[in-house]
Design a protein around this ligand. Structure first.
Ligand SMILES: [Zn+2]
Length: 476
């Protein structure tokens, strides 16, 4: 294919192929298309909004940090260095423009993928690019975006305003000083860009630098973190600090959903072993499992909503991990079990509606077999939206089809964009809203749902369920 090809987002994209269902989906979408965006879980950086400075070049903003993109090119033989990802062995990386050309020349790899849908949306809607991206248009598109990034309307705060992003949560370690959030609060942004308490670095004995992290946790809080009670006191203390900086939730990225309810002496022994680095893999799992129960107990006291993101086999490719570190697209989902794993936690707090535990999975089989039945029964449980590899049009439809008959809509948490790619946030919500409206339209045309109820549900799925699940309070 040669010559410029226009980039056009079809207004009816992602709606059902069948004409009558499509008409209902369109009607529902009109109700939700302009509702504000709520982003209660994600990985953008607070300092972007605190500094509110121009983001750098198109490649560093849109390509290099996006592991959804880099993994696909890597799978097709493109070196990560060629996309600007820096290795730790001093091998030179491509400059931004060269990396962009490489990306553009391979852009066809993303046909019919979520990344392709999102990226086209970013180009067309956010940056006003009029040509489809390919090797030929690469330089012009690069210049267009580079120019835009220097303009005030592309500064991070202006971007939140322009796309009506009402709430954006970042995710920080308990060891973070939350300086950026402090600055945001002083400038009137409290409650709009908020933090999330992610304790993995101090509760996962397998985390890099765990022993030093626990030591540091003690220094920050004045607690003796070598003692089980001091260690818990320190965690409680940091949760309060995070609440003071706007946190409404915690987030736990565990390999499994294992929970445990052990005696204090056993907890102390595990903590000793974790600090000494002597725990077996199974003991590490038990330790993390005990911490989930401790976090649930603390949540009942301080009201933070718990999120459990379980099942990612992180850094599956040792070579990539050694050279480039984590979050480079080498994380792979694995099978996961919830019903037995969560039982110790549910036996203690499953019936307590002061606890809200939002559970995510990368293992779709568990939606129908375990998660929808669990969330359709236990008052504390809510189902998170399709996550990561499942954050796609097809998986969203499968999710609704799989869980709705058992868990209804009210036991689901609405959408999370869960992204580190700031400019893709509107695109991700757009796909989710279109998928949800398509599903509701199917229910309407098969007379399983009345049209007026579908209107209400469309709003719930877009914003209402998120407000409820994360205890955000009513709309502005
Ligand atoms: Zn996340």
């Amino acid at each position: 294919m040669t010559g410029r090809r226009p980039l056009v987002l079809h207004p009816e994209r992602l709606f059902p192929a069948d004409r009558s269902t499509r008409a209902v989906a369109l009607e529902l979408h009109q109700v939700v298309a302009s509702l504000p965006l709520l982003s209660p879980h994600g990985h953008t950086e607070a300092r972007w909004f605190a500094d509110d400075a121009a983001l750098s070049d198109p490649t560093s903003v849109l390509v290099t940090p996006d592991h959804y993109l880099t993994r696909m090119l890597y799978s097709q033989g493109v070196a990560l260095e060629a996309l600007g990802v820096e290795p730790n062995d001093g091998v030179a990386t491509a400059d931004p423009r060269t990396a962009w050309r490489t990306f553009a020349a391979h852009y066809g790899l993303f046909r019919a993928t979520p990344s392709g849908l999102w990226f086209d949306h970013v180009l067309a809607e956010v940056f006003g690019v009029r040509d489809r991206l390919d090797g030929e248009s690469a330089d012009d598109v690069y210049d267009h975006i580079a120019d835009a990034l220097r303009r005030p309307e592309f500064l991070p705060r202006a971007f939140l305003d322009r796309f009506d992003i009402e709430l954006l949560a970042t995710t920080e370690s308990p060891l973070d000083d939350l300086d950026a959030h402090g600055r945001l609060a002083r400038e009137g942004w409290a409650g709009r860009v908020i933090t999330t308490f992610r304790p993995d670095p101090v509760v996962d004995p397998g985390a890099t630098g765990f022993t030093e992290n626990v030591e540091r946790l003690g220094q920050l809080t004045g607690e003796d973190t070598a003692k089980w009670t001091g260690y818990l006191g320190a965690l409680r203390n940091r949760r309060q600090f995070f609440i003071g900086h706007g946190a409404v939730a915690t987030d736990h990225g565990h390999p499994s959903a294992v929970t445990a309810d052990l005696a204090p002496e056993q907890c102390q022994r595990l903590l000793d072993g974790a600090r000494a680095g002597t725990l077996t893999a199974q003991q590490q799992e038990l330790f993390r499992g005990q911490l989930l129960v401790e976090m649930a107990r603390m949540s009942i006291d301080d009201g933070l909503v718990m999120q459990l993101h379980a099942g990612s086999r992180r850094n599956h490719n040792p070579l990539v991990f050694q050279r480039f570190g984590p979050d480079r697209g080498a994380d792979i989902p694995g099978p996961i079990e919830y019903t037995q794993s969560l039982k110790p936690l549910l036996d203690l707090y499953g019936n307590d509606s002061r606890l809200r535990l939002i559970v995510f999975t990368l293992d779709e089989a568990t939606f129908s077999r375990e998660l929808a039945p669990l969330a359709g029964h236990y008052p504390c449980l809510v189902l998170g939206p399709p996550w990561w590899f499942l954050d796609s049009y097809e998986a969203m439809l499968r999710y609704r089809r799989t869980v709705t008959e058992t868990a209804g809509f009210a036991n689901t948490a609405g959408f999370n964009d869960d992204t580190r790619a700031l400019f893709s946030i509107p695109a991700r919500h757009d796909v989710a809203r279109r998928a949800d409206c398509s599903y509701l339209a199917e229910l309407v045309v098969t007379h399983r749902l009345e049209l007026d109820d579908a209107h209400d549900l469309a709003v719930d799925l877009a914003t209402g369920l998120v407000r409820h699940a994360y205890r955000l309070g009513p709309a502005r």
